[in-house]
Design a protein around this ligand. Structure first.
Ligand code: PGA
Length: 255
């Protein structure tokens, strides 16, 4: 399966900063062929990023999306608003939204279904907190998050899904999970998906790793056949660090 590497800029970059980054990245695109590259800027920078990426194969993602079409939902963003800028992917259930902004499993589920119904590729984020890991609850947490998000969905949609395994303790800490952790989380995702499918055949979702990924450690993840790329925060903010990371990912994956 091809690699998908996503830049999650979180609350970084104005529209003009985003445009400058995207223009520069587009210049370097020919060296990065073979990898699906995705930029997820803040909402206010989507238009500028879209204009700067026009004519390139680099895709645009949103960091969040509400589940209603329109209405009295102050501060929320609808699917149509994102479509207008050519957004093709949406990050759903990032741990900062779950743990800082109080998004629960039910909200994640509604957003995921809405994203799929509108033809977006969702990047569904799952991951355990440090205390859960210390209590030996990692598998239970991942299974709960996956079941809440996926149970009852039409199996045909799974091929359109990306699951990002992002242990909360690894995000922004400089302490990435080990490739073994990522591989076992990927195994668990596959198992849970198989259980949910109950014998029906369907393609499995692609699985990314996220949490303190950089150019030095990405290769140990993308060398694994179970991991199809990464969701990248800090190391995606500069064009140099982001392109170095993509090149290292490609080399290790042999693509
Ligand atoms: P990080 O963030 O690469 O800065 O750890 C990853 C993420 O939150 O998606």
């Amino acid at each position: 399966m091809g690699l998908i590497i996503a830049a999650n800029w979180k609350m970084h970059k104005t529209a003009s900063e985003a445009a400058a980054f995207c223009r520069e990245l587009k210049q370097r695109e020919k060296d990065l062929r073979g990898v699906e590259i995705l930029i997820c800027p803040p909402f206010t920078a989507l238009a500028a990023a879209a204009a700067a990426l026009d004519g390139s194969g680099i895709k645009l993602g949103a960091q969040n999306m509400f589940w209603e079409e329109q209405g009295a939902y102050t501060g929320e963003i609808s699917p149509a608003m994102l479509k207008e800028f050519g957004v093709s992917h949406v990050i759903i259930g990032h741990s900062e939204r779950r743990h800082i902004l109080g998004e629960d499993d039910a909200a994640v589920r509604r957003k995921l279904e809405t994203a799929l119904n509108h033809g977006f590729t969702p990047l569904l984020c799952i991951g355990e907190r440090e205390e859960e890991r210390n209590r030996g609850e990692t598998s239970d947490v991942l299974e709960r998050q996956l079941r809440a998000a996926l149970e009852g969905l039409n199996p045909g949609v799974l091929k359109d899904l990306v699951v990002a395994y992002e242990p909360v303790w690894a995000i922004g800490t400089g302490r990435a999970a080990s490739p073994t952790d990522a591989d076992s989380a990927a195994g668990l995702v596959r198992q849970v998906v198989e259980k949910l499918l109950a014998g029906e055949s369907a393609s499995a979702p692609r699985i990314q790793y996220g949490g303190s990924v950089n150019a030095s450690n990405i290769g140990s993840f993308t060398a694994l056949s179970s991991i199809s790329g990464a969701l990248v925060g800090g190391a995606s903010l500069e064009v140099d660090s982001f392109t170095a990371l993509i090149l290292a990912a490609k080399e290790a994956a042999g693509c």
